[in-house]
Design a protein around this ligand. Structure first.
Ligand SMILES: Cc1cc2nc3c(=O)[nH]c(=O)nc-3n(C[C@H](O)[C@H](O)[C@H](O)COP(=O)(O)OP(=O)(O)OC[C@H]3O[C@@H](n4cnc5c(N)ncnc54)[C@H](O)[C@@H]3O)c2cc1C
Length: 67
C-alpha cells in the first residue's frame, strides 16, 4: 500500500485513542486525516482491553475520554 506523503492531520498510533480521534475528526468534517500504525490497528494495549472499567472509570475526565 502506498502511503500519502503528507496529510493535514496525522494521528500516530491506531489504538482505541488514535482510531477514536480519527473517527471524530471525520465526523467533524476533516477529510485529510492519516492514521499511522506501526503494527496493526488495535494491536497495542487495546487488544487486551475487555471494556471500559477499573480505576480510570472512577475519574470523570478519563471516563469521558473512554466514551
Ligand atoms: C492486559 C491489559 C488489559 C487491559 N484491560 C482493560 C480493561 O479491561 N478496561 C479498560 O478500560 N482498560 C484496560 N486496559 C487499558 C486499555 O487497554 C488502554 O488504556 C487503551 O487500550 C490505550 O489505548 P491507546 O490507543 O492509548 O494505546 P494502544 O492501544 O497501545 O495503541 C497505541 C498504538 O500505537 C502504535 N504505535 C506506537 N508507537 C508507534 C509509532 N512510533 N508509529 C506508529 N504507531 C505506533 C502501537 O502499535 C499501538 O497500536 C488494559 C490494558 C492491558 C495492557
Amino acid at each position: 500500500m502506498t502511503l500519502p506523503s503528507q496529510a493535514r492531520i496525522v494521528v500516530i498510533g491506531g489504538g482505541a485513542v488514535g482510531c477514536s480521534i480519527a473517527y471524530h475528526l471525520g465526523k467533524l468534517g476533516q477529510r485529510d486525516v492519516l492514521v499511522l500504525e506501526k503494527s496493526g490497528l488495535t494491536h497495542g494495549s487495546t487488544w487486551s482491553c475487555r471494556g471500559p472499567g477499573g480505576p480510570a472509570a472512577q475519574q470523570a475526565q478519563l471516563t469521558r475520554l473512554m466514551q
